[in-house]
Design a protein around this ligand. Structure first.
Ligand SMILES: Nc1ncnc2c1ncn2[C@@H]1O[C@H](COP(=O)(O)OP(=O)(O)O)[C@@H](O)[C@H]1O
Ligand SMILES: [Mg+2]
Length: 353
C-alpha cells in the first residue's frame, strides 16, 4: 500500500496542507524543529498506530494559533493492493473512519500496514527487553489479526494475578495461597503459550540479515505452568508474575567473524547497530508483504544519523530497492535518490516543484 494523498489540519506545528506523496522514497529534510517528525507521526496515526511514544491527544492539537485548537483532522487516500480512505478526527478522543464507516485502529492497521523507526529504536539491540517485545508485538499484530486482542486479554489476566498476589501476600494478606491464585495459572499459561508460539513463528519466518542471529529467550521457563510452580515463592515475595511473554526477551547475536556468538549489543558499533535495526525492519516488512500480500509503508525518523557516507548510501539503496513507499526524515538534504520534500516552520513543499 502507499499513501497517495494526505490532508492534515490543526495537528502539532504542521500548517494545514494537502500533500500528494510519491511512490518509493519520500525524503523530508529541514532544520531541527521544522516538523519532520510531526509529519511522520501524522502518517503513523493514519496507519493505525496512534501517536509516537504514547503522546496524549491534547499534545497533538496545534497550539500555534493564539487560540489553541480543540480539534485536528487527518485524512488519507491510500492505494495499492486495494484502495482505502482513512479519516481521523482528534478532539478529546480519536474518531476513526475507514471507507466512510467507523473503524478501530486495528482495522486501519490491517488495511494500511506500516512499520516505523524512531531514534530510540536504535536501542532495539542493546536497550531494555520491553523495547524488543514492543517491536515483536507490533510485527505479530500486523501478521496475525487475533494477536493484538489476545495480547490485551493476556495483559488483563496478568493484572488480575498481580492483584491477587498483592492481596494475598501484601501487608494485610494472610500469606495463604488461595485456590483462585492457583486456578489463574491455567488460562494465563494457555494464552501465554499461544502468544509465544505466534512470536516464535513470526521470528522463524523473518529473514534477518545473515550477520545476526535471533532467538526467543523464555528466561529459563518455556513451560509457564512449571515456571509458576518453581517460582511460586519468589512470585509471592515480589508480588509480580515472573514468567510469561510479558517477561520474555529476544536475543540478537553476531553470527560470523571475530564477534561470532557475542551479543549484538556489545559486538556492533552504534552505526552498525542502526544498520542492523534497519535490516530487522526490512525483514519484518518482507514478512508482512508476504503474509498480508500488501506492501508495508515505512516511516523512518532520522534513520541515517550517525552513518558514514557509504553506510548512508547503502541504507538508502536498500530502502529504495524494496519498491515500498518509504518516508525518511533527515536534517541534511544530500540524497541522490527519492523525492525530496523541504520542511520549514511546519510548511512542507516538494523540492522539485
Ligand atoms: N501541539 C503542538 N502545536 C504546535 N507546535 C507543536 C506541537 N507539538 C510540537 N510542536 C512543535 O513542533 C516542533 C517539533 O517538530 P518536530 O517534528 O519534532 O521537528 P523535527 O523537524 O526536528 O523532526 C517543535 O518546535 C514543537 O514546539
Ligand atoms: Mg525529528
Amino acid at each position: 500500500m502507499r499513501f497517495n494523498e494526505t490532508f492534515c489540519a490543526g495537528f502539532r506545528n504542521i500548517k494545514p496542507c494537502r500533500l500528494a506523496w510519491r511512490q518509493g522514497l519520500n525524503i523530508l529534510t529541514g532544520p531541527n524543529g521544522a516538523g519532520k517528525t510531526n509529519i511522520l507521526e501524522s502518517l503513523n496515526i493514519l496507519s493505525g498506530w496512534g501517536a509516537f511514544n504514547g503522546a496524549k491527544i491534547s499534545q497533538l492539537l496545534s497550539w500555534r494559533d493564539s487560540e489553541p485548537q480543540t480539534a485536528a483532522a487527518l485524512s488519507a487516500f491510500a492505494c495499492g493492493e486495494r484502495d482505502a480512505h482513512i479519516e481521523v478526527k482528534l478532539t478529546s478522543r480519536a474518531a476513526l473512519r475507514l471507507d466512510g464507516t467507523s473503524a478501530s485502529y486495528s482495522d486501519i492497521r490491517a488495511s494500511v500496514p506500516s512499520l516505523s523507526f524512531l531514534p530510540g529504536d536504535v536501542n532495539l539491540l542493546d536497550g531494555s527487553p520491553a523495547t524488543r517485545r514492543l517491536f515483536l508485538d507490533k510485527v505479530c499484530a500486523l501478521v496475525s489479526p487475533l494477536y493484538a486482542r489476545r495480547l490485551a486479554e493476556y495483559r488483563q489476566l496478568i493484572r488480575q494475578r498481580t492483584s491477587m498476589l498483592r492481596h494475598c501476600f501484601g501487608m494485610s494478606g494472610n500469606g495463604a495461597a488461595p485456590s483462585a491464585l492457583r486456578a489463574s495459572a491455567v488460562p494465563l499459561a494457555r494464552l501465554g503459550s499461544w502468544i509465544r508460539e505466534v512470536r516464535a513463528q513470526v521470528l522463524g519466518c523473518m529473514d534477518i540479515e545473515s550477520f545476526l542471529r535471533v532467538e526467543l529467550d523464555f528466561r529459563g521457563y518455556p513451560d509457564m505452568e512449571r515456571g509458576f510452580y518453581d517460582l511460586r515463592e519468589r512470585e509471592q515475595h515480589a508480588r509480580a508474575v515472573l514468567v510469561g511473554p510479558h517477561r520474555d526477551d529476544l536475543i540478537f547475536t553476531a553470527s560470523f567473524g571475530a564477534n561470532k556468538g557475542r551479543a549484538a549489543g556489545e559486538a556492533l558499533s552504534r552505526g552498525q547497530k542502526r544498520r542492523a535495526v534497519v535490516g530487522i525492519i526490512l525483514a519484518a516488512g518482507r514478512l508482512i508483504e508476504k503474509r498480508l500480500r500488501s506492501a508495508p509503508i515505512l516511516l523512518l525518523d532520522d534513520v541515517c544519523a550517525e552513518l558514514d557516507d557509504t553506510a548512508k548510501r547503502e541504507t538508502i539503496t536498500s530502502l529504495a530497492a524494496t519498491g515500498w513507499q518509504v518516508f525518511v526524515t533527515s536534517a541534511s538534504a544530500d540524497f541522490d535518490s527519492g523525492a525530496l520534500w523541504s520542511v520549514h516552520g511546519g510548511e512542507i513543499t516538494p523540492q522539485d516543484a
